[in-house]
Design a protein around this ligand. Structure first.
Ligand SMILES: Nc1ncnc2c1ncn2[C@@H]1O[C@H](COP(=O)(O)OP(=O)(O)OP(=O)(O)O)[C@@H](O)[C@H]1O
Length: 305
């Protein structure tokens, strides 16, 4: 449904020359979605996001947020979006508290309950000197400054940069809370695991080109399932392979791999009741593996381009 689309890019292109920039980016983020944007360093994540926010003018194509053209209506977009930039530059103020106060005034925030909740969750001490803050503290301050506005749309450029694993988890909790409220979240990252744990859909960018978009529901619920089964005895394994009504193949001595559809799971487990099984393991394709597969397929389709 068109009205459901909150963020959209249409053939978005920004060419910095020598193959750098972003080329023909087509993305659609729906209302209430957590959308991940992954890619290696220099792949074009920040360029795409800066175009979306209306900070740079595309060479061709366009992008919209909430139906507003990013370049023409940048000021209005800023009013509707909580934005955490990739490179944080604070104004010349002394402490984090002073900065957060000025930000609250700018955003018209008068109820500080939510701000304090984020500060607590991220364990930020805002009284610290802004200039002397560590990378992680600066990142936390930027997150609090952006999110306190409680906007419907969040655009976050590598928001977990500089956060330690515990704080990264706390931040992801915050994203889950935002999703619960029905807010729409677009976040970039180069860490597959965090995208996998929090996003509904994810797009991968490589050298300025989108190479795949995946629903994480589909990733978690594949139509075909792969298992590794270890039998106590080799003859049992052989018997199983010979009688299985789905694809089964021996690997090493006691072990075989099985691929069956979700509908065949019952049959598989009923069959296994008659065998002595030492180990059963589902082979789960991680987001990273899935993308590597898509990336390699893309390479063969495009003749190694
Ligand atoms: N203003 C600019 N002028 C020239 N080249 C630029 C400019 N901005 C970005 N680039 C180039 O465009 C490419 C994409 O950069 P971008 O910052 O979008 O990548 P990124 O995916 O955000 O990377 P990172 O994960 O390192 O932040 C890089 O090769 C970068 O050097």
């Amino acid at each position: 449904m068109m009205s459901d689309v909150i963020i959209k890019t249409n053939g978005l292109t920004k060419d910095y020359g020598k193959g750098r920039g972003v080329f023909d980016i087509n993305l659609e983020v729906h209302k209430g979605e957590v959308f991940g944007f992954v890619g290696t360093n220099g792949s074009g994540k920040t360029t795409t996001i800066r175009n979306m926010m209306g900070f740079i003018r595309p060479d061709s194509g366009s992008s919209t947020i909430g139906g507003l053209d990013s370049w023409k209506s940048s000021a209005d977009i800023m009013k509707n979006v909580s934005y955490v930039p990739g490179e944080i530059a604070f104004p010349a103020l002394k402490t984090g508290t002073e900065f957060l106060k000025s930000q609250a005034k700018y955003l018209g925030v008068t109820d500080f309950k939510y701000m304090n909740h984020i500060i607590e969750l991220l364990q930020l001490d805002p009284t610290a000197n802004l200039k002397r803050m560590s990378k992680g503290m600066k990142q936390k301050t930027a997150i609090v400054a952006a999110l306190m506005g409680e906007k419907q749309i969040l655009v976050l450029d590598e928001p977990t940069t500089g956060l330690d694993p515990l704080m990264r988890e706390a931040f992801l909790e915050l994203i889950r809370e935002e999703k619960q409220k029905g807010h729409t979240i677009f976040m970039s990252s180069h860490i597959f695991e965090e995208i996998e744990s929090v996003c509904d859909r994810v797009a991968m960018i490589k050298d300025g080109h989108l190479i795949a978009t995946t629903s994480l529901y589909d990733l978690r619920h594949p139509a075909m399932k792969d298992f590794i089964i270890e039998f106590e005895q080799i003859p049992q394994k052989q018997q199983f392979i010979e009688t299985a009504p789905f694809s089964a193949a021996g690997t090493d001595a006691n072990t075989c791999t099985v691929q069956c559809s979700v509908e065949q799971l019952d049959t598989l487990f009923n069959m296994l009741k008659n065998y002595q099984i030492v180990n059963l393991q589902e082979i789960h394709l991680s987001l990273q593996q899935q993308f590597m597969r898509a990336y390699k397929e893309g390479l063969t389709q495009n003749g190694n381009k």
